[in-house]
Design a protein around this ligand. Structure first.
Ligand code: IPE
Ligand code: IPE
Ligand code: MG
Length: 226
């Protein structure tokens, strides 16, 4: 199973506490740890993709962008060893050409160290735009899935998304995994990302388990009842 999450609501979480937005992002980073752990333990989740920074997020104030990248770098520095211990394979997807060289080096380092992990695959989407990936993959030609994985630096290629979660109350995709979510079940929750804990994640998985996926076919039992 592939679960993807649009981690939204950090800014509002901070504003509600009279804190600056970066404080919300720091709280969001703690939620990342909680949910990664929960997902790895849940069993059955082979791939977890987290939207950490969209290509559109470059339009935010420079100080906030800097804070986000600082957190990402710190996350990679502190969590890589833990991923190795837990056999989690780390992969950063998205563009690399606009990242600072030291961050690009840290990403390559973390990916190399965790490459042998046989457990869950943890993909962090950074400077990611699905429309950019799709148009670039189309331009390259050849096998589309392979081209898309290459453009995204997704190695190995990830399967389609089964469950897409968005926290923070908005009900939109914000240019995330448009192709990969073709048949994903969508789960929107008003819970702000820093408040999204193990119980909230379990509730999302429970809601998914109750869904009936049809992929265009008639529902189970419909044939007999027709
Ligand atoms: C999500 O929280 C984190 C990123 C987009 C990087 P936001 O920062 O978008 O929080 P809100 O939507 O302003 O509350
Ligand atoms: C989407 O959240 C991007 C990430 C969670 C990284 P945004 O807060 O940037 O999305 P919009 O602007 O509300 O669509
Ligand atoms: Mg937001």
């Amino acid at each position: 199973m592939h679960v993807a999450i649009i981690m939204d609501g950090n800014g509002r979480w901070a504003a509600a506490r009279n804190l600056a937005r970066p404080a919300g992002h720091r709280a969001g980073a703690r939620a990342v740890n909680t949910v990664v752990r929960a997902a790895a333990r849940a069993g059955g989740i082979r791939t977890l993709t987290l939207y950490a920074f969209s290509a559109a997020n470059w339009q935010r104030p420079a100080g906030e962008v800097q804070a986000l990248f600082g957190l990402l770098r710190r996350y990679l520095m502190t969590e890589t060893d833990r991923c190795v211990e837990e056999s989690i394979r780390l992969n950063v997807i998205g563009r690399r050409d606009r990242l600072r060289p030291e961050l690009a080096r840290q990403i390559a380092h973390s990916e190399r160290l965790t490459a042998a992990g046989t457990g869950m695959r943890l993909r962090l989407a950074v400077d990611y735009s699905s429309r950019h990936s799709l148009s670039e993959a189309g331009r390259r030609g050849g096998d589309f899935g392979a081209a898309l994985a290459a453009v995204d630096h997704s190695s190995p290629p990830a399967p389609a998304v089964d469950l897409l979660i968005r926290t923070g109350g908005e009900q939109r995709l914000s240019d995330f995994l448009l192709f990969e979510c073709a048949y994903a079940e969508l789960y929107f929750t008003p819970t702000l990302w820093p408040d999204f804990d193990e119980a909230a994640f379990a509730a999302a998985l429970e809601a998914y388990a109750a869904r009936q996926r049809r992929f265009g076919r008639v529902s189970e039992g419909a044939v007999e009842h027709a």
